[in-house]
Structures are given as C-alpha cells and as structure tokens.
Design a protein around this ligand. Structure first.
Ligand code: FEO
Length: 169
C-alpha cells in the first residue's frame, strides 16, 4: 500500500475513536439534562464510531500494514443549549466526510482500488450520518421548543437500537 494512504488510514482510526469519545460526551451532556433518549442516541453513535475505527484497523492488518495507535484527544466542545450537540454533530460529520473523501482521492490517484472499494462503504455511511444529523436538528427545531414535544422526541430517540455495521472484512 502507498505509505501516504496507509498513514491517512492509520490516522483515521484515531479520528473515529475521537468521534466515539465526542459522541459519548454528548450522551454525557444529555444524561445530566435528564434526557435519556438523546443520551441513548449518542451512546449508540459512539459505538458505531468504534466500529468504524475497528473496520479500518482490520483492513490495515488484512493488508499487512503496520498500525500505530496514538493518544485520543479530549472532547473539548462546550454545550449550553439542548440544540448545541446536534449542530456540533452535523459539523463534525461534515468534517469526517472531508477526511474520508481525502483518503479516497489519494487511494484513487494511486490506483489502489482495493482501498477505494473498502472506502465506498464509508462514503455511503457518511451520507447517512450527515442526513441523520440534519434530520435530528430539523426535529428539534420543530418539536423541541415545548416540554411535550421534547418529551415525545426524547421517547423516540430512546427507541434507537444498536446494530453492527453492514460491512464485514
Ligand atoms: Fe465514523 Fe460518524 O463517522
């Protein structure tokens, strides 16, 4: 594997684990606010990010590449309003999309079609992640303004269940 592509994938493991940590911190915020449904949503989101990290970890090992684990940064976003994590999540997913696109471009430029094919799943996943984040903001804008609407939305988010990623290696 091209060493630049390998290094970018290696770094992406760290970025995905940071994403997990960031989402766990959002769950942490909502738990302190008494919104267990919102917390559940982001706890599951955190699990999904760990899955993303493990998929890349496994892919590198399957290709006989060295994996180096670096320190995971502290989640440093401050949340005041209930809407704050939702907008931060969308902003973060857009950033992750840009990272995936960058690796994709590097792999494509190197004719590394195995990595390109592997990343196809991530490109689609990022589309879903951005849509989910956007939909949640829309719902919060529509229903989060009064106690009853917020209660209903929290109940809906409490129903989210974790499922393993559709990609297997
Ligand atoms: Fe792993 Fe939410 O991107």
């Amino acid at each position: 594997m091209n060493q630049k592509v390998s290094a970018l994938l290696n770094d992406q493991i760290n970025k995905e684990l940071y994403s997990a940590y960031l989402y766990l911190d959002m769950a942490n915020f909502y738990t302190t606010k008494g919104l267990d449904g919102f917390a559940n949503w982001y706890e599951i989101q955190a699990k999904e990010e760990q899955d993303h990290a493990m998929l890349i970890y496994q892919f590198l090992h399957n290709n006989n590449e060295t994996v180096t684990l670096e320190a995971v940064a502290k989640p440093d976003k401050i949340y005041k309003e209930l809407m704050d994590p939702l907008t931060a999540a969308l902003e973060h997913e857009k950033y992750v999309t840009s990272l995936i696109n960058n690796i994709y471009g590097e792999a494509q430029a190197d004719n590394d079609f195995r990595t390109v094919q592997f990343l196809d799943w991530f490109v689609k996943e990022q589309g879903e992640e951005e849509k989910n984040s956007t939909d949640l903001i829309t719902k919060m804008e529509l229903f989060g303004g009064d106690a009853k609407g917020l209660y209903m939305l929290n109940s809906e988010l409490a129903g989210r269940v974790y499922s393993a990623p559709s990609l297997t290696l």
